[in-house]
Each structure stands twice: as C-alpha cells, then as structure tokens.
Design a protein around this ligand. Structure first.
Ligand SMILES: [Zn+2]
Length: 167
C-alpha cells in the first residue's frame, strides 16, 4: 500500500537552513489543533483515529527536516486500541496529495492512543518503517492524557523528534 507515499516522499528537498538549530520538525499550530480535535472526536466514540501529515521537506547541513502544514484523513477502520486506513480511502488520499500544487508532500502520519501515552508501539514502529523507511514523522496524540509527541525515522528505527511549533 505504500508506493504512492514513497513517490510523494522522494521529491527533491529544497535546501534551506532550519529556523531553529537542533529542531527536527516544524509544525504549524493549526496542525496541532486539527490533530487533537480529530483525536478528541475519536475519543467521544471510543476510537483511535489516524491521518497523514502533509508539508514540505527541506535539507540543510544537519540533514533533512520538514515543516508540517496540514493533515488529511479519510475513512478509517478503527477500534479502541487499533486503527488503520480503509484501503480505498488510503489510495484516494495519496492520489489527492500527489495532485496538490506547490510542492507539498506526505511527510508523516499521526494517530491517537486512548490513555496509553504517546510512545510508539511495536506495530507503530513497523508501520513507520513500512511507510517512511528513510525519512518521515509519526505524531501520536493521547486525548485521555492530553499528551502529544512526534517521533521520526532514524537509523532504521525511530527516535523522539524535537518539535518547534510555528504560528
Ligand atoms: Zn499507536
């Protein structure tokens, strides 16, 4: 299910120094609101939610990074402790992102945990590897605990990403 994601991902990154040295990812405040609103809506139905992070990829002397400017989601196959995209929904999303103008691409995914905190599960790490082997982010929102964290692909695994929130 990942080829379209990978094709979006391989867009050549623009060279630009990051605004804050040491930051791994820049996220617009509106993206955080949208993701947490989505997680809250899921919580009210006792369901996890998920979606894709859309933005721009840049590169500087410290490597690749992204600015996350939006989220997209679609029909989900969800329960209280698992969530996945409906297959048709995922392909429709990937198509709609591929056809966007202006250099936006898929830079990661987000999903919610209902009370388990924001660490990635083993399944999450496998999903991250499958979708974003070289580069990409996994945002996790826990609407029960009121927590949010971002992880990123690193050295074949994942690590916590340092996030800077943009207005
Ligand atoms: Zn998870």
């Amino acid at each position: 299910m990942s080829p379209r994601v990978l094709s979006s991902e391989t867009r050549e990154p623009e060279r630009r120094a990051r605004r804050v040295p040491g930051a791994d990812v820049f996220v617009r405040e509106g993206v955080l609101h949208a993701a947490t609103d989505h997680a809250d809506a899921g919580l009210s139905e006792c369901q996890e939610v998920m979606g894709l992070l859309v933005g721009r990829v840049y590169e500087d002397g410290s490597g690749m990074y992204a600015e996350v400017t939006g989220i997209v989601t679609g029909d989900l196959d969800a329960g209280s402790a698992e969530v996945r995209f409906d297959k048709d929904s995922f392909e429709a999303l990937a198509d709609s992102i591929d056809s966007m103008d202006g250099g936006d691409s898929i830079v990661g995914w987000y999903h919610s945990h209902l009370g388990a905190g924001c660490a990635l599960s083993e399944t999450d790490v496998r999903t991250q590897r499958a979708l974003f082997r070289e580069f990409g982010y996994a945002m996790v929102v826990d609407p029960v605990r009121g927590e949010l964290s971002v992880h990123m692909s690193a050295d074949g695994g994942t690590r916590q990403a340092t996030m800077v929130v943009l207005d």
